[in-house]
Design a protein around this ligand. Structure first.
Ligand code: TYM
Length: 368
């Protein structure tokens, strides 16, 4: 298993990551505390899609005493957004609505330029704009959502990146991120830039409040180095809430833009979606007759995961689908057809909202 901000490979063992990264599991107690503020548990909490955290308890303690928090998340724009990226953003929207708080959203066109030899800056800047449309299409409101485009907004970030970079040694950065002699020096400096939105709220408003970061667990190394230096700079340590990866449509592995055949992009047409779903890896058997007799295995099925993560909100219906799959009553074709329809509808709506977002996108750009 490899889980870094730039690569996720192999079967991800989430319990092992909690130990290796030194994070905390999301306990029943914490979920109950969250539920008190949110009314009912969000599907992604209830199904343990968000499974780990750092200092969520501390953020809630402060909240109970009257100190608010801000949300912070982001995207490295090297290509189109896939539905895996939407998983933490959907949860972020829920948290924003329930806690009535600001979101800072960073588009790291500089990061993607530095780490990927095959793209130039124009390309990552283009994708930053395109990816921002997907964020807006999810329903974030401009008055509470502040998008940072790194290459456009570096004047705002630069003094803070210097403060951060000065306090992280090369030795810490190398051991956290695995830098090699051949790593370009832009990349070595770059983690300071992902740290800065954790602290930007104070610069903009004068208010010193913690940041809570919803993201998949691959981003955790950034927060380790940021947490180490936050208090030295007079800020709260940023808190995190970590989610699992939505798998791709192949046999194992996360959905990843570098594998377009097994990823569903938000701009995919219904025909492409159907084709990708049709070719997806499932837990089915070699023949329909065998599957009717012995049933299939939803635990290894990529399609079942889409119901679990996104498309079946109703627990009873999800359990019924699982039962019918396991006993061979429902075959993969039916399940694939249903999910292609649900995905098609979801994407059709999303694409309409994405088009409309072109009229309002400027309102979200962070103001000085
Ligand atoms: P990036 O573009 O790799 O990923 C954007 C967000 O999507 C999450 N993610 C996934 N979540 C569920 N299932 C998947 N298959 C999946 N693939 C990716 C990532 O964890 C991330 O939350 N360096 C960052 C950009 C960034 C950022 C941030 C991300 C800047 N500041 C603060 C999170 C929080 C990047 O390249 O993300």
């Amino acid at each position: 298993m490899v889980v870094t901000p730039w690569e996720v490979k192999g079967k991800v063992d989430y319990q092992r990551l909690i130990k290796e990264f030194g994070t905390q599991p999301l306990t029943e107690d914490l979920l109950k505390r969250l539920e008190r503020y949110t009314g009912s548990l969000h599907l992604q909490l209830d199904r343990q899609i968000f499974f780990s955290h750092r200092d969520l308890d501390a953020v809630l303690d402060l909240y109970e005493k009257g100190t608010k928090f801000v949300l912070y998340t982001g995207r490295g724009p090297s290509g189109p957004v896939h539905i895996g990226h939407l998983v933490p953003w959907i949860f972020t929207l829920h948290m924003q609505q329930k806690f009535n708080t600001r979101l800072y959203f960073q588009l790291t066109d500089d990061e993607k330029f530095l780490i990927d030899d095959s793209v130039d800056l124009k390309t990552t800047q283009h994708w930053a704009y395109e990816n921002a449309l997907d964020l807006v299409a999810l329903g974030f409101k401009p008055e509470d959502t502040f998008i940072i485009y790194d290459t456009q907004d570096m004047d705002l970030l630069y003094d803070l990146t210097l403060e951060v970079a000065k306090r992280i040694t090369y030795s810490t950065a190398r051991s956290t991120f695995g830098f090699q002699d051949s790593t370009n020096i832009g990349w070595v400096y770059w983690p300071a830039i992902q740290a800065v939105p954790c602290f930007i709220h104070k610069k903009l408003t004068g208010e010193n409040v913690p940041a809570l970061i919803p993201a998949a667990i691959d981003q955790d190394p950034y927060w380790r180095v940021t947490r180490d230096i936050a208090q030295k700079l007079g800020y709260y340590k940023p808190a995190q809430i970590h989610c699992r990866f939505l798998p791709g449509l192949g046999a194992g592995g996360k959905m990843s833009a570098s594998m377009p055949e097994t990823s569903i992009f938000t701009k995919d047409s219904p025909e492409i979606v159907k084709k990708k779903i049709w070719n997806a890896f499932t837990g089915g058997k070699g023949t329909a007759a065998e599957q009717r007799k012995t049933g299939a295995d939803p635990t290894i099925c990529s399609i079942f995961q889409y119901y679990f993560f996104l498309f079946e909100q109703d627990k009873t219906k999800l359990a019924e689908r699982e039962r019918r799959c396991k006993c061979g009553e429902m075959l993969c074709g039916e399940c694939k057809k249903d999910v292609a329809e649900k995905l098609g509808k979801f994407l059709e709506e999303h694409q309409k909202r994405r088009e409309k977002a072109k009229d309002t996108i400027e309102q979200y750009h962070i103001k000085r």
